[in-house]
Design a binder for this molecule. Structure first.
Ligand SMILES: O=P(O)(O)O[C@@H]1C[C@H](O)[C@@H](CO)O1
Ligand code: GUN
Length: 319
């Protein structure tokens, strides 16, 4: 595991990034995090400058297929040219990265000047009403590792300026969530394409057992994934407005009734013909495939949302 970066290295990282950038991109106002298979969001950017993570103090390398390892700086928007920075690839604790490493790029983007951040991820749908391909505007989270002793903010506070006790009841900006639905309307997306829900953060890298899926659904989660919440906390700690868009790449297996091998054997011994159920298995390849199929919709949505953020909001710290 790379040594956990601290706030002391931020100025050094910011200086290294700015050195690689043309003048107009030194202070991006919106950050984007591209989830698994969603690095194509970068195609909305104009006049792109890529800054590889390699060589940036405090940055690690993403080891997950579907995650590149670069920051992309550029402009987005039809109405206005909004300077943005996108993370093409994120860090996950299951890769062996410390939680400080996972949060570090968010803290660097805040130091560069972002006022809002749009965090995307690929996640499993627990809510039976959601379809594969639905985009979920996250309204709340269940931080399972946080509740069990691995809150990303445990330890010395990141800097002397941030609060020790961060409230998270309003972490997901209602103003930005509203813009997401307005943007979907303006793009003419079918109403079922964009839904609202609660994201459960688990450590991974295993997908959920049927009992775990059942448990998470019963305690109120609509989606489950292995990222995002540490990034949300890091952003909120620094007053950055947060919007999370979760792409439902698969349905989590939640059995109505467990298959009974005992009953199957009894039926077989009694000479009865039985129909064996098809076993559903989630795979990262399937996750990436849905990312590819829905990537263009996600890209247009993110670009439209950024276009709709009024300058007054981008220039002020979100409530
Ligand atoms: O980085 P995200 O949260 O988009 O990636 C999800 C969670 C795991 O990293 C991976 C599992 O398929 O996709
Ligand atoms: N934990 C978890 N993460 C995912 N990322 C994409 N799909 C899934 C899933 O089903 N479970």
């Amino acid at each position: 595991m790379s040594p956990a970066p601290t706030f002391e290295t931020i100025p050094e990282t910011v200086a290294a990034i700015r050195k690689a950038l043309p003048e107009g991109l030194h202070t991006p106002s919106v950050g984007i995090v591209c989830g698994s298979g969603l690095s194509g969001l970068v195609e909305s950017l104009r006049d792109v400058t890529l800054v590889p993570y390699d060589g940036l103090p405090g940055f690690a390398k993403s080891t997950v297929p579907g995650h590149r390892s670069s920051l992309a700086f550029g402009f987005i928007g039809e109405k206005q040219a909004v300077p943005v920075v996108a993370m093409l690839g994120r860090f996950h604790p299951y890769e062996g990265h410390s939680l400080s490493t996972v949060m570090y790029p968010i803290r660097v983007m805040a130091a560069l000047g972002i006022k809002d951040i749009i965090i995307t991820n690929a996640a499993g749908a627990l809510n039976p009403e959601f379809s594969v391909g639905s985009i979920v505007v996250v309204r709340d989270h269940l931080a399972l590792p946080g509740l069990s002793g691995f809150n990303p903010l445990i330890g010395p506070t990141f800097s002397p300026e941030v609060t020790r006790f961060l409230p998270v009841s309003g972490a997901y900006s209602p103003a930005l969530r509203r813009l997401a639905f307005l943007a979907a309307h303006q793009l003419g997306l079918p109403s079922d394409d964009l839904v609202e829900g609660t994201y459960a953060w688990v450590s991974g890298p295993t997908y959920e057992s049927p009992a775990e899926g059942t448990f998470l659904r019963r305690v109120g989660a609509d989606m489950v994934g292995m990222s995002t919440v540490p990034e949300v906390l890091a952003a909120r700690e620094l007053g950055v407005g947060v919007l999370v868009l979760s792409l439902a790449t698969n349905k989590v297996v939640i059995p109505e009734k467990y298959r009974s091998i005992k009953e199957e054997v009894a039926a077989e011994l009694a000479g009865k013909k039985i129909e064996l159920p098809v076993e559903e298995v989630v795979s990262h390849a399937e996750v990436l495939e849905i990312g590819k199929i829905k990537g263009d919709v996600m890209r247009k949505l993110v670009a439209k949302i950024i276009d709709l953020i009024p300058e007054s909001v981008r220039d002020a710290t979100q409530p």
